[in-house]
Design a protein around this ligand. Structure first.
Ligand SMILES: Nc1ncnc2c1ncn2[C@@H]1O[C@H](COP(=O)(O)OP(=O)(O)OP(=O)(O)O)[C@@H](O)[C@H]1O
Ligand SMILES: [Mg+2]
Length: 413
């Protein structure tokens, strides 16, 4: 059978580096290879040691090439870390054609104009997300191409990154002898994998709880309206358990995954007694140092405040946007941190919004693991040619992507 087009996504996470390779076959996307490795050389979602990350990337690529018998030349890679932020901006131009019909060149020019803002010297604008265009005071225009006007204005959200971390990230991929198809901010990759166009239209917040970062992306009317990354994640819970139970990190990690919960079970009256007993029942575990004895309730007392702290940060950010309790499609949780028992209930109670755990769309076999949402989004971002987003935002991101591609190629040895 003929070999189809392949797409590779590389999620450089603080806990795990994940590589997903998919292939188009009969109009469907199928997984050719999935590889992961514990990660080194990252701090809080940012690459701080290029060589260490590059070594891991190379071994993942080798393994994927071996298992799929295909050559991987390029990857879509994510950028994470709390140095990423968005800021609103706008730009105005005069329409260039004598007949006043707005051309693609006018749109490119007005979007370019929005980038002319003052940001610190070691930061750069990575992406531009249009919210609306204004033609001669007519607001709320999504697609100005072909419309008539004298003055064209764009209101956008600029996505900015700390340049040294951006360079470290790209260098760690380029040093692995790979081209970069595009660099996609992690929360946007996740959104591509788990959110529907309807959710983005009505209003939704995506919260990805990774190992050491929690990313937030808020959408309304189909547009990204806010993005933020907090330097706190599920590894903080592991640390809290290690301190609370006086044990090693590896034991604490296993305890978190096996017994951890962030809420006391609230069940019907009849069952209440049983639940209380099981929550008070001693669990005994022997690690390298000693025998640990704790109850499920002890664990909830350690875990709940940390998860609650994460939702507090989300809540404050939504409040700043004026969207607290006002997102019809509520909260979608992803990331390995979303696997902790009862997280949906705690989020619902605290954020007072509907909550669901994100499911990866369109790639069979990945739907039950929310920690694969980022890597799935990286490949779906380019695979989903019919997405509504690619008509507007994505088209522009794609343009920037191809500009980046040229630039990256210049670096490839
Ligand atoms: N069943 C589980 N219960 C609780 N936590 C879990 C579970 N499975 C995985 N985790 C946690 O999820 C985290 C890893 O998630 P993920 O792979 O999304 O992080 P990452 O992408 O490497 O990190 P980041 O996005 O912060 O850079 C780890 O801290 C791990 O302990
Ligand atoms: Mg992650």
């Amino acid at each position: 059978m003929a070999k189809g087009q392949i797409i590779a996504g590389l999620d450089i996470g603080t806990n795990t580096i994940k590589l997903l390779v998919i292939q188009k076959r009969n109009k469907e996307w199928e997984v050719l290879s999935y590889q992961e490795s514990s990660s080194f050389g990252l701090r809080k979602g940012s690459v701080v040691n290029v060589e260490e990350v590059s070594k891991i990337v190379q071994s993942l690529i080798l393994e994927a090439e071996r298992s799929s018998s295909r050559k991987i030349n390029s990857v879509f890679v994510n950028i994470g870390g709390s140095h990423i932020y968005t800021t609103p901006s706008d730009g105005i131009i005069s329409v260039s054609r004598a007949n006043q019909i707005i051309s693609q060149e006018d749109i490119d020019r007005v979007l370019q104009a929005t980038r002319a803002i003052n940001i610190p010297q070691n930061e750069e604008v990575l992406d531009v997300f249009p919210k609306e265009f204004v033609i001669d005071d007519q607001k709320g225009i999504k697609q100005p191409l072909g419309l008539r006007g004298i003055r064209l204005e764009a209101k956008v959200l600029l996505l900015c990154v700390f340049s040294p971390y951006f360079i470290n990230l790209t260098q760690s991929v380029l040093n692995s002898k790979l081209h970069i198809d595009d660099v996609i901010p992690s929360p946007l990759a996740v959104s591509e994998a788990v959110l529907s166009p309807q959710q983005k239209e009505l209003g939704v917040a995506l919260v990805d709880i990774g190992a050491s970062t929690t990313s937030l992306a808020v959408f309304e009317e189909g547009n990204l309206i806010h993005l933020a990354v907090f330097p706190i994640g599920s590894a903080n819970i592991t640390n809290d358990i290690a301190i609370g139970l006086k044990t090693e990190i590896s034991t604490a990690e296993n305890i978190k995954k096996q017994y951890g919960s962030c809420m006391i079970q609230k069940t019907e009256k009849v069952k209440k007694e049983d639940k209380l007993i099981s929550e008070k029942k001693k669990i005994e575990i022997t690690d390298n140092i000693s025998t640990l004895s704790f109850t499920k309730k002890d664990l909830v007392n350690i875990i709940e405040p940390r998860v609650s702290e994460i939702f507090d940060l989300v809540s404050k950010e939504l409040k700043k946007l004026g969207k607290q309790e006002l997102l019809p499609c509520g909260i979608v949780l992803t990331g390995g941190g979303a696997k902790i028992t009862k997280i949906k209930d705690l989020a619902k109670e605290q954020l007072k919004l509907p909550v669901q755990i994100g499911k990866v769309k369109n790639i069979l076999g990945l739907e039950d693991d929310p920690s694969l949402a980022t890597v799935a989004g990286l490949v779906l971002n380019s695979a989903d040619e019919n997405s509504v987003e690619r008509e507007g935002v994505g088209k522009i991101a794609g343009k920037l992507g191809s500009m980046l591609k040229k630039w990256f190629r210049a670096f490839v040895p």
